[in-house]
Ligand binder design. Structure first.
Ligand SMILES: Cc1cc2nc3c(=O)[nH]c(=O)nc-3n(C[C@H](O)[C@H](O)[C@H](O)COP(=O)(O)OP(=O)(O)OC[C@H]3O[C@@H](n4cnc5c(N)ncnc54)[C@H](O)[C@@H]3O)c2cc1C
Length: 410
C-alpha cells in the first residue's frame, strides 16, 4: 500500500459510527465499482457507498467490443464481464437500406444492471460496499467526511464521486453541472417478439436510410434468449415523432426505416419501451481539494458514439493506477494534486475524441450547411463503392466455387 504510515494505521478503523479509510467512493455503478476493485487490489482501503442496494433496470450501455473488454482485462475484471454477458461473434452492417458487409466481430451484450451487479459481486475484501443516502459531505485538503442518513460517518483522505449523471452529490461539494448540449439525441431500447434464432444474422447495425429520417442507427443483438434493439435518433423528447413511436412503435419504425423488415424480417415489439433523452453534460469548478469526479459524474457522452464506458474505464485506469497511489504517498489532497488527473493527456485526449465523434455523427445525420452536405455525399459514395466491391467479391466467390470443387476432385 502506498499511503502514509499514519493513514495506514487509521485504515479500516471504526470509532463509534465513524469508519476511517483511505478512499471513499460515492456511486457503485460501472465506474465506482471498477475503481473500488482496482484500488483494493492495489492494497488501498476503500469504502464505496451507493444509494441503491439492488441495481435497478436502467437504459445504459448494453454492448461492448474488444477495446473495452481489453480495458476490463487490464483491470482484472474481464472474466467477470464475459460471464455476465452474451457473446456475439458477427455483425451485419446495413446502410441506405441494404447490407453492406458481414463482419466477424467479437462483442458482448448485457443488461446494464446485470453487469453492475456482477462487478459489485466481485469487490475484494478491502473494498467495503455500503448502502445509504448521503446527507452531508465535508471536504477539504486533508480529510473528507461523508455522513449517511443512518448517522454513520465515513472518513477518508480522498473522495471519488462516481454518481453518474445525477447532480445531488455535485451540489453538496459545490461543483456545477452545465448542459453542453440539451436534447443531443434520444436512445430507445426495447425487446423484439422473435427470438435471436429467427433472424438471418447474429447482430446488425442498420443506419438511417435517408438524411431526413433523423435516425443514426438501430442495432439488434441478442441478450440471453431475447433479441434486443437500441434505436438512436436525433429528435427532441416532445416531438410528434416520439409520441407516434410511443403509440405504435412497430408502425413508426416501418415508416421511418422502410427497408428494415426486408433486411431483418418481421419486427414485432415485445413489452415496454425505454425512451431516454440524452443531454450532454459537463462539470465546472471541479478542481477542488479532496474530491475527484469520474465517469458520467465528470461528463456524459453521447450513446451514439458508444464511448461512455470506455471513457469511464479510462478515468478509472488513469486515476486508480497512476494518481491515487501517488497522492496517498504524500501528505495532503489539495486542488493542485487533483487537477493533475483532469490534465492527464490520455484522459483529455479520449474525452476530446469522444465529443468529436458525437458531434461528427450528429452532423452527418442532421447537420445543415455545405460542410455536412459534402460529408454526406462522400459517405454515400463510399458506401456505394463498398457495396459494389462486396457484391463483386460475393459474385466471384459464387462463380469460383464449382471450379474449386472440380479442382479438388481431380
Ligand atoms: C441510453 C444510454 C445508452 C448508452 N449506450 C452506451 C453504449 O452503447 N456504449 C457505451 O460505451 N456507453 C453507453 N452509454 C454510456 C454509459 O452507459 C455510461 O457512460 C456509463 O454507464 C457511466 O457509468 P458511471 O459509473 O459513470 O455511472 P452509473 O453506472 O450511472 O453509476 C452511478 C451510480 O451512482 C449511484 N448514485 C447516484 N447518485 C447517488 C447518490 N446521491 N448517493 C449514492 N449513490 C448514488 C447510482 O445508484 C449508480 O449506482 C449509454 C448511456 C445511456 C444513458
Amino acid at each position: 500500500m502506498h499511503t502514509q504510515d499514519s493513514t495506514r494505521e487509521a485504515s479500516s478503523e471504526v470509532e463509534g459510527a465513524v469508519r476511517r479509510t483511505d478512499v471513499v467512493i460515492i456511486g457503485a455503478g460501472l465506474a465506482g465499482s471498477v475503481a473500488a476493485s482496482t484500488l483494493a487490489r492495489a492494497g488501498i482501503d476503500v469504502v464505496v457507498i451507493d444509494a441503491a442496494a439492488v441495481v435497478p433496470p436502467s437504459l445504459r450501455a448494453e454492448k461492448l467490443g474488444t477495446p473495452i473488454l481489453a480495458l476490463f482485462d487490464r483491470l482484472g475484471l474481464g472474466e467477470t464481464v464475459r460471464a455476465a454477458a452474451t457473446p456475439i461473434s458477427s455483425v451485419w452492417i446495413a446502410r441506405f437500406g441494404r447490407v453492406m458487409t458481414r463482419r466477424t466481430r467479437r462483442e458482448y451484450a448485457f443488461a446494464y444492471k446485470d453487469l453492475v451487479t456482477a462487478l459489485r459481486a466481485v469487490l475484494p475484501e478491502r473494498a467495503e460496499l455500503r448502502f445509504g443516502r448521503v446527507t452531508d459531505i465535508a471536504s477539504g485538503a486533508d480529510l473528507q467526511r461523508v455522513t449517511l442518513s443512518d448517522g454513520s460517518v465515513v472518513e477518508g483522505r480522498l473522495l471519488i464521486v462516481a454518481t453518474g449523471p445525477g447532480a445531488a452529490i455535485h451540489r453538496r461539494v459545490g461543483i456545477d453541472i452545465v448542459d453542453a448540449q440539451r436534447d443531443h439525441s434520444i436512445c430507445i431500447g426495447f425487446y423484439l417478439e422473435a427470438p435471436p434464432a429467427a433472424f438471418p444474422f447474429e447482430s446488425i447495425v442498420y443506419y438511417g436510410e435517408r438524411w431526413n429520417d433523423r435516425v443514426s442507427y438501430i442495432s439488434l443483438f441478442p441478450i440471453g434468449s431475447r433479441m434486443r434493439a437500441n434505436l438512436f435518433v436525433y429528435r427532441e423528447h416532445d416531438e410528434p415523432w416520439i409520441q407516434a413511436f410511443r403509440a405504435d412503435p412497430a408502425e413508426t419504425l416501418r415508416r421511418t426505416l422502410p427497408n428494415l423488415e426486408r433486411v431483418c424480417g418481421p419486427i414485432e415489439i415485445a413489452g415496454n419501451l425505454d425512451i431516454r433523452p440524452i443531454d450532454l453534460r459537463q462539470t465546472q469548478g471541479h478542481e477542488r481539494a479532496g474530491v475527484v469526479l469520474i465517469g458520467d459524474a465528470y461528463c456524459t457522452s453521447c450513446p451514439v458514439s458508444g464511448t461512455g464506458m470506455h471513457k469511464a474505464l479510462i478515468d478509472v485506469e488513469r486515476l486508480c493506477r497512476e494518481y491515487v497511489p501517488a497522492w496517498l504517498a504524500t501528505p495532503g489532497m489539495d486542488a493542485d494534486k487533483i487537477s493533475t488527473f483532469y490534465a492527464d493527456t490520455v484522459k483529455t485526449e479520449f474525452d476530446r475524441n469522444s465529443l468529436a465523434i458525437s458531434n461528427r455523427l450528429r452532423g452527418l445525420a442532421v447537420g445543415r450547411g455545405a460542410r455536412w452536405r459534402v460529408s454526406r455525399a462522400a459517405a454515400k459514395a463510399r458506401s456505394a463503392c463498398a457495396f459494389t466491391v462486396h457484391r463483386c467479391a460475393h459474385f466471384a466467390a459464387v462463380m469460383a466455387a464449382p471450379v474449386t470443387e472440380f479442382l479438388e476432385r481431380i
